[in-house]
Ligand binder design. Structure first.
Ligand code: FPP
Length: 229
């Protein structure tokens, strides 16, 4: 198992069920992030990608966006020294230029600081949308073609993949979504072509190490054929 990607869904509903503000659900969700990172280390997973903020999340109320950015910054401030010690590399993917400067600066600093770490890569999808990613890739390929660097015949799946944010990251083996919803929600559309999908009923703040291990067991019981017999 090289790569697990997770759509962390259900923070809002978790909070609502308890009569709490949505931001409390996100705060509890940040604890689950710590849990899955622990579990991934134990499972020797090389890449963990978390859908932490989608392009569509910009349409949420200002206060909720602010709460999410604050949580993220706190997570980066608190966790990163420890991650570095554990030889974990951080990589952010998405339209990062849309993030507040304080968030972006932290991300840039930590990415630079951890770039040679190689036990695991934590990929945070932030201001991320797969259609936007694919469109940006198409644009940069078109630019390369117009300037004569490549010709249309050079455009293969491999070349296309190299123009995505995930150019150096293997495709996810397993995609997990919590809260029981059966949707992809504009996440890694290109990269999950052959990923196994496991839907977990629990809301993200209730997701624990044991739930990740159970999802991996489910993955192992699947017969992956990549379209062949
Ligand atoms: C989806 O729940 C979750 C999010 C939009 C944000 C995920 C963020 C975190 C778990 C916390 C911070 C992240 C890190 C990496 C420390 P939702 O609000 O859409 O829930 P709902 O569908 O029940 O409303």
């Amino acid at each position: 198992m090289q790569h697990i990607a997770i759509i962390m869904d259900g923070n809002g509903r978790w909070a609502k069920e308890r009569g709490l503000p949505r931001a409390e659900g996100h705060r509890a969700g940040a604890e689950s992030v710590r849990e899955v990172m622990e579990a991934c280390k134990g499972l020797d997973v090389k890449y963990l990608t978390l859908y932490a903020f989608s392009s569509e999340n910009w349409n949420r109320p200002e206060a909720e966006i602010e709460a999410l950015m604050t949580l993220l910054e706190r997570f980066l401030d608190e966790k990163m020294e420890e991650l570095d010690k554990q030889n974990v590399r951080l990589q952010a993917i998405g339209q990062l230029d849309r993030l507040p400067a304080s968030t972006r600066e932290r991300l840039e600093r930590i990415q630079e600081h951890t770039k040679d770490n190689d036990s695991m890569t934590l990929v945070l999808a932030l201001s991320y949308g797969a259609r936007e990613e694919i469109t940006a890739a198409a644009r940069s390929i078109a630019e390369a073609a117009v300037s004569g660097k490549i010709s249309p015949e050079d455009i293969t799946c491999d070349l296309f993949a190299k123009h995505l944010y995930t150019a150096d990251i293997p495709d996810p083996d397993l995609l997990i979504r919590t809260s029981g919803e059966m949707r992809i929600s504009n996440f890694l559309l290109w990269q999950i072509s052959y990923s196994e999908i496991v839907i977990v009923k629990k809301m993200w703040p209730d997701f624990r190490q044991g739930d990740l291990i159970a999802a991996v067991e489910e993955y192992k019981s699947r017969d992956r054929r990549f379209g062949a017999l």
